[in-house]
Design a binder for this molecule. Structure first.
Ligand code: AMP
Length: 140
């Protein structure tokens, strides 16, 4: 599969469509998932273009995982979660719907099942409120 530079995350990276940004550095961007599977569900993407893990330049993995760890810690604290599910899909057969490499970070509470993947759009005020909590946890 060839990389489509007009996929939605490429557009977010270019600032052509908005996102609820949580963190950005030279190599990565983190933002809220608009259809969260649990409170505080966020995504981390590398700035380098690839459709998924399989065609990515391995050089992007270290900065990507460092940001995943940073966001997972902050989201867990901010959401007062008991654990964090980290997910990453490759190909539509595996459930991938956006073809720019991304890692899901989903704070989990004991006994609370995950909502469906790409289910319901969250209200933007609620997304922002949770993003504010995660941004606050990132800054301590
Ligand atoms: P995947 O199915 O692994 O490709 O995940 C794509 C994720 O991106 C889903 O969880 C969607 O809810 C999320 N998503 C789609 N469009 C946007 C967007 N514009 N901003 C934030 N998250 C999005």
């Amino acid at each position: 599969m060839t990389y489509d530079p007009n996929n939605i995350f490429a557009k977010i990276l270019r600032g052509e469509i908005p996102c609820e940004k949580l963190y950005e550095d030279e190599h990565t961007l983190a933002f809220m998932d608009i259809m969260p599977q649990a409170e505080g569900h966020c995504l981390v993407i590398p700035k380098q273009a690839s459709t998924g893990l399989l065609d990515a330049d391995p050089a992007c993995f270290a900065p990507l995982l460092a940001t995943v760890q940073k966001l997972a810690r902050a989201a867990k604290i901010a959401m007062k979660a008991d654990g964090v599910t980290i997910m990453q899909f490759n190909g539509s057969a595996a459930g991938q719907t956006v073809f720019h490499l991304h890692v899901h970070i989903i704070p989990r509470k004991d006994g609370v099942p995950l909502k469906g993947h790409t289910g319901q759009m969250e209200q933007s005020a609620l997304l922002k409120a949770r993003a504010d909590q995660i941004r606050a946890a990132l800054s301590v």
